[in-house]
Write a protein that binds this ligand. Sequence first.
Ligand code: FAD
Ligand code: THG
Length: 814
Amino acid sequence: MAGPRVVIIGAGVVGAALADEISARGWTDVTVVDQGPVPATGGSSSHAPGLVFQTNPSRTMTHLARYTVEKLTSLDVDGEPCFLQVGGLEVATGPERLAELRRRHGWITAWGVEARLLAPDECVAAHPLLDPGRVLGGLLVPTDGLARAVLAVEAQLRRARARARGVRVLDRHEVLDIRTADGEITGVRTDHGDLGADIVVCCAGIWGPRIARMAGMNLPLTPLAHQFAWSGPVPALAGQREEAVRPILRHQDAGLYYRDRFDRLGIGSYGHRPMPVRADDILPVGTAGGMPSVLDFTEDDFAPAWTETRSLLPATREAKVEDGINGLFSFTTDNFPLLGESPDVKGFWVAEAVWVTHSAGVGRAMAEWLVDGHCSSFDLHECDVNRFEPHQRAPEYVLTRDCRNFVEVYDILHPLQPSGEPRPLRTSPFHFRQREHGAYFLEAGGWERPQWYASNARLLNGRSIPTPDDWAARYWSPIVGAEAQATRETVALYDMTPLKRLEVSGPGAAALLERLCTGRVAKSAGSVTYTLLLDHDGGIRSDITVARLGRDLFQVGVNGNLDLDWITRHLPADGTAQVRDITPGTCCVGLWGPRARDVLQPLTEDDFSDTGLKYFRARRTHVGSVPVTALRLSYVGELGWELYTTADLGLRLWDTLWRAAEPLGGILAGRGAFNSLRLEKGYRSFGTDMTFEHDPYEAGLGFAVRPDKDDFIGKAALEGRRTDVRRRLTCLTIDDPRSVVMGKEPVYDGDRVVGYVTSASYGYTVGTGIAYAWLPAERAVPGTALDIGWFGRRVKAVVTEEPLFDPAMTRLRG
Ligand code: FAD
Ligand code: THG
């Protein structure tokens, strides 16, 4: 089995890793094409100093890096190792950074990579060039180190070219065009002739946008210049025989990193102005004499970096900056790579905006995805090139965000911190009303979302809302707690407009959804079903709600653009079903709380009693003068409805509801309360609590799977899993009301790391801190006492039966 004809464009670290991994899986009809000479093609990989720091807030990114480390440590070229495992050290020179390193220690520990917090003298012992007077502490990851990128290219291409595999490598071949027919790849045109192909994978680095455009695809990345310089000989390093012995070093407070190389020091700086380059202006290798991925060194921009270096590492005062580059590599709007298949051209794939750090991991991920149809080793939902909302592909947005991300690359970013610019982007029809009520807005998917309302400060009278410690108290107000409590006491309006919704229609719609969903969704008109989308390997792709509004008409509440992409890819070829994102043209109010019916019933002729519209039923009706689709369900676990209408009537709907709710003591409530209430109720959030790597049984969502229904995607893979659950998404409670964790923290059993927190909040109506965490099944037993790592200290937590609030569902039904 040679597999389909694959052409990989680009022989940098990414293309080389993919060629190796894909041929190892039996696809051997593979050609790697590069415009430059292999292995030092002149792309970014040829210039990368190769620092591999595995620490990352994303579990997936750490795992991609960990695999890269594992693989490259096992590879050599004629005895020359591809990886120098010198360790990675991040140091703090200020108290905020010191706290940040403790948080980072939490992440890397949670993701299963060994790391240690170091005292100042230990930092200096590990890296003797450091000025002891400046360092407050550090984070050491012993398995970090230096990837030798060009060697890694060579080693991986050698394996791929070996006789048993027979991958072809055509260097000095420039790709000039991508050939397609009827929306499918047929080949690539090069300056040396055509190559037929069924699959093309673009691993062209900073040239990616140019190649993608040949296939009609807009690739949202920006090449930015980044300064890297070599010092001359540093006397203190004289006589160093090995290429590198000290840990790679990061000094994030000044945007700097370092590596040693014999008696010299390499210095990378992000401390300069962003220098974006249009992908179209980057010439092919070989045309410009020199290397187009490298711009001239601008010494002035480097001056502050050198001053700071001489302060942090005093031994460098005896040295000079010898030579430097402004090297180009890709930034994206959310700092994740761009992986996956074009939505428009079948067989055109990309693996772009990938660092050396993640390259081998990405090679493996892409190979699995291509060969198996899905990637089982890594959860790629954050990396999928089809994750973006339409505005996130706009050139202005991409450029602004990418430059911002360059500036913020080492900044301390709070998990709730909204991106500074561009803002505001998407506003619901209720936006100006919300502002009148003093909404404090955060951002998600471009939407301005009220986190709480200042006008609700009056609710604080007579309540005592515990204040969390410093970090958790940012982007927080005690009003959040008051709004949560008031929701359960009276009734609240929540703006649910940002909840993405799709319309699936046509005579084939029911069959399509039955094939994709784990539950029965083609029930009577008016039914609503909570159900899952699975991948072929049984991993959760999303949890959704499917409302059948008519025989051929469904409204589907989803989690993001990947759901739209997934459904689109599975549309029947005969055109009998369509899918459309109706989010932008519509809006939604969640009206929830024990008095919700008292608000709604007087506004409509229809019967909204418990029997008139049962729990998990939908109806199209009117509220005052506004036509609405009402779904009776609630992510906050209270009586009430999601009320949808078109954007033009949104304000009218809001005002109508508010006029009826206010006299009954109703309130407006924000996202902070929402998140607390849903955790009390045990409702999971896709992407945070469960992702592609989890199956429904582990995630506590087995109830949404109907193994007895007709075939659906993922069904076969689930067989036998229900009884073989090794890890569980588990509810923990935290007694200390000040210690509110935020997600991504490690969970310890004594000294052993046994899991990690997904999401957390204080539960304002149950009166305890709540943290959901992934734990081994044997520890997911109520009563088990565990610790959560929080800025280097331990917070006591106990596994607790869930849900914490209203397990009998008396609030929702009735
Ligand atoms: P590349 O290595 O650029 O490979 C793309 C290939 O595509 C090129 O060989 C090019 O010739 C080929 N190609 C493009 N267009 C065509 C065409 N039309 N026809 C044929 N072939 C084509 N990352 C880290 O992890 N750690 C670091 O410490 C680090 N430091 C860096 C420092 C600098 C100064 C720079 C510039 C980058 C650094 N990076 C670092 C980033 C890292 O180098 C890149 O992200 C990575 O090398 C990208 O690999 P790639 O294979 O995607 O791209
Ligand atoms: N509303 C709508 N669609 C959505 C969400 C929503 N789609 C995406 C996301 N949110 C899905 N998440 C949930 C989670 C839980 C519930 C609904 C949507 C829920 N679960 C009940 C339970 O678990 O007890 C009901 C389960 C059942 O009866 O099958 O209500 O917020 N429109």
